[in-house]
Design a protein around this ligand. Structure first.
Ligand code: F3S
Length: 278
């Protein structure tokens, strides 16, 4: 069996950075908490927990000396509350997300009516809404042109969830253009997600079976699995190698492997080694 790895696969810069920061904190002997799991990867979260990291839902539940802010950041209010409640706060917000937060804050300072292109309820988007609304501006979250509200007034600002597609942003911008509106744009899309999707699709077209590694609770991994399944019907979304024990790969001479942006390198190499040993 030949195993081929997608050109772009696995932990993105921001996730790897957050993991490195978290392990550094734990290795220094500090106990630490995060608001929500550090990343959407059950195996990694279990390992962090075993080393003393606790994921909590509220600032009030933080235990230990240190709070670690996850890669998709927190609202300014959560930031303040963390600093008030904890001995130390370690900020692992991805620098691309920080840039989006700064962009949202700049739109607020400019007095803009703000549109955030993103998924309602996603923690990164909630934080962008909070930054954009700091001066009392009205903020809406939209994913498609049909969700753009009617009551817009100039100046309008647009900021984008880092993992959004350019297709969604362009559709929103063309609708604003159609309405004769000329927004101030903070183009804060991060290319990591699209690079993973594009290289997964390229590989899925070439192979007999595809293996997509990453948390079932990871939306970017699930999206990768959907893209691969459309192009390669024998696609397996797994969290660890042993889930392939019962997979029928007897007619698969070439197997492609990819992984979501929250899948660390160790999990990918374990699956590749497992496949090569079959
Ligand atoms: Fe950062 Fe982009 Fe990853 S925003 S967390 S590098 S997907």
């Amino acid at each position: 069996m030949k195993v081929m790895l997608a050109e772009h696969a696995g932990a993105c810069y921001g996730v790897q950075r957050a993991l490195d920061i978290a392990y550094e904190v734990l290795d220094s002997g500090q106990s630490a908490s995060t608001l929500g799991p550090l990343i959407h990867n059950p195996q990694v979260v279990a390992d962090l927990e075993a080393r003393g990291m606790k994921a909590v839902d509220n600032v009030a539940d933080i235990v230990g000396t240190t709070a670690i802010i996850r890669s998709h950041g927190v609202t300014p209010e959560e930031h303040r509350r963390l600093h008030d409640a904890c001995e130390s706060v370690v900020d692992a917000t991805c620098p691309h997300v920080s840039r989006a937060q700064r962009g949202a804050a700049e739109l607020a300072e400019a007095g803009c009516r703000v549109i955030v292109v993103g998924e309602k309820g996603h923690p990164e988007v909630e934080a962008l809404v909070a930054y954009a609304g700091q001066n009392g501006a009205k903020v809406d979250v939209v994913l498609s042109p049909s969700e753009i509200p009617e009551d817009l007034y100039a100046p309008i600002g647009v900021v984008v969830q880092t993992t959004q597609t350019r297709h969604n942003l362009d559709a929103v911008l063309s609708e604003l253009d159609r309405r004769g509106l000329d927004p101030i744009l903070k183009d804060t899309i991060c290319a990591a997600t699209q690079h993973r999707q594009r290289s997964a699709a390229e590989l899925a077209r070439m192979v007999d079976a595809m293996v997509v590694i990453g948390g079932r609770n990871s939306s970017n991994t699930t999206r990768l699995a959907e893209i691969c399944a459309e192009l390669c019907p024998r696609t397996y979304h797994i969290e660890s190698a042993h889930e392939l024990d019962d997979a029928d790969l007897s007619e698969s001479d070439v197997v492609g492997v990819t992984a979501g942006a929250s899948t660390p390198e160790g999990q990918i190499s374990a699956v590749v080694a497992y496949l090569e040993g079959r």
